[in-house]
Design a protein around this ligand. Structure first.
Ligand SMILES: Nc1nc2c(ncn2[C@@H]2O[C@H](COP(=O)(O)OP(=O)(O)OP(=O)(O)O)[C@@H](O)[C@H]2O)c(=O)[nH]1
Ligand SMILES: [Mg+2]
Length: 453
């Protein structure tokens, strides 16, 4: 995980482009630069140079920029070669660099290895390193802005601020531990409970912000499920604004999952249209229905679609779906084909939403309801992006703060436990920015990056 060898990778996306960048990072790149260009490069200057193969034939004329350690992205020496952006050309450039860097141990970088080095050299903390990947993967403009804020350290600063407050409180508590008779007075004098309440509030608002940030980063897996022919594919098409899925009056039209991503108010929605749920002997349809259940088991929200004339078994089906939902996943019952009801719209009861995939009636209301059910509070000033990992850490920290509060309330003889819970809360927060992070987790996080980053 933490090898020291110089690494190389193409940093730009695969495919043809005007420019393609090859990046090298290592503790000392001087010998490699010398071998490549027979000269020393001044740091931070663009040099128009020729790269030749072993026979002296020109591979490319390129711009080389050298960043001397520690003033670089990785904190090591970095060489950026801005070549022409052809995949075969870049392959040749890579091969030549590997040839000439062989003596120095130059190897192809693992996914995320450049950023890992930036992290290990304290150029960014872990939350910022993750924000780099999130910025690249951002699925909407709002997600780009959120990731950029996290990268600037907005999220990390809040975490660090909270860790600092907890540390101060711990120092107070631990300095009193040796004087048990003063415990109760201590809690009063140091305003420990008030300070703890303030920490709790801040943690609460961080959790709320991170929950929004997770929606912004990952979007919502929205599964359209129901009996055949109720109009699931029609609804997908209506939401997507194009004919993504095949629609016919024949029950059992959709056999496989059809996915389409849209954005609603900057929130990415990954809509999954599924095979209609029914008993059937058709082998293909049976497989399709299995996939419907798989999709339901991974959903963030399931729309249970019904339509007039299809409600005979709908109670059973709803029950069955409810049993398969992941914990906390809401189900929204939607009645399609409301255009067929004429004036019968009156019995609109409960939470059920009436729509028409055909006319577009109720679609805006449906979108709003979806956002509300997944807990989206609308675009927010200063929003950040966050990951499941961050939410988990915040949740664990909140649990320990909760426990520490109980010990503080108990007063007598529980100061030690109070301090211990504070310590544990602090640890979980520290894992977000990467302090106190188990090594295997680090490997897992960076392996999800793209190559060359
Ligand atoms: N009147 C009316 N017809 C609709 C509406 N939505 C869908 N339909 C019709 O209902 C039929 C079935 O629509 P689909 O979207 O294929 O239904 P589905 O739920 O995907 O069906 P399967 O793929 O078989 O599970 C088609 O003939 C659609 O034109 C609607 O809002 N109003
Ligand atoms: Mg369908």
């Amino acid at each position: 995980m933490t090898r020291k060898l110089p690494i190389i990778a193409v940093a730009t996306a695969p495919g043809k482009a005007g420019v393609g960048v090859v990046r090298i990072s290592g503790e000392n790149l001087a010998p490699i630069i010398q071998a490549l260009f027979q000269k020393i490069l001044n740091p931070r200057q663009a040099n128009l140079l020729k790269l030749r193969d072993a026979d002296g034939q020109l591979i490319d004329q390129l711009l080389a920029i050298y960043f001397a350690a520690p003033a670089s992205f990785t904190g090591e020496d970095v060489l950026e070669l801005q070549c022409h952006g052809g995949p075969h050309l870049l392959e040749l450039v890579m091969r030549r660099c590997l040839e000439l860097g062989k003596k120095e141990g130059l190897v192809i970088a693992d996914p995320g290895e450049f950023t890992l080095r930036a992290y290990l050299n304290n150029k960014v903390d872990l939350a910022q390193a993750e924000a780099i990947a999130d910025l690249i993967d951002a699925q909407s403009e709002a997600a780009v802005r959120g990731a950029a804020r996290s990268l600037q350290g907005v999220f990390s600063e809040k975490i660090n601020g909270l860790v600092e407050e907890i540390t101060q409180l711990r120092i107070l508590v631990e300095s009193t531990l040796d004087f048990p008779e003063e415990e109760i007075e201590f809690l009063e004098n140091a305003q420990a409970r008030e300070r703890l309440a303030a920490v709790k509030n801040k943690l609460q608002s961080l959790r709320a912000g991170a929950k929004q940030g997770k929606i912004l980063r990952d979007g919502i897996q929205l599964v359209l499920a129901g009996a055949p022919n109720v109009g699931k594919s029609s609804l997908l098409n209506q939401l997507a604004g194009e004919e993504v899925a095949i629609v016919t009056p024949i029950a059992g039209t959709t056999r496989d999952r059809v996915k389409e991503s849209i954005q609603v108010e900057g929130v990415p929605m990954h809509i999954i249209d599924t095979a209609g749920l029914r008993h059937t002997a058709d082998e293909v349809e049976v497989k399709g229905i299995e996939r419907t259940w798989e999709a339901i088991r991974l959903a963030d929200l399931v729309i249970f679609l019904t339509a007039p004339g299809h409600d005979t078994d709908s109670d059973d089906l709803r029950q069955q779906i409810m049993k398969s939902l992941p914990s906390g996943c809401p189900i929204l019952e939607v009645l399609n084909k409301s255009d067929l009801l004429g004036d019968d719209l009156a019995p609109k009861t409960g939470d059920k939403i009436f729509i028409s995939a055909k006319t577009g009636f109720g679609i805006d209301e449906l979108k709003q309801k979806i956002l509300m059910l997944v807990g989206w509070n609308g675009p927010q000033e200063g929003a950040i992006v966050a990951r499941r990992r961050h939410l988990d850490c915040l949740e664990r920290a909140a649990e320990h703060i909760e426990k520490s509060e109980q010990f503080a309330a108990n007063g007598n003889n529980s100061l030690e436990l109070f301090a211990e819970e504070l310590f544990l809360a602090q640890n979980h927060l520290g894992q977000i920015t990467g302090k106190l992070l188990p090594d295997d987790l680090l490997g897992k996080i960076f392996s999800q990056f793209c190559i060359g980053k």
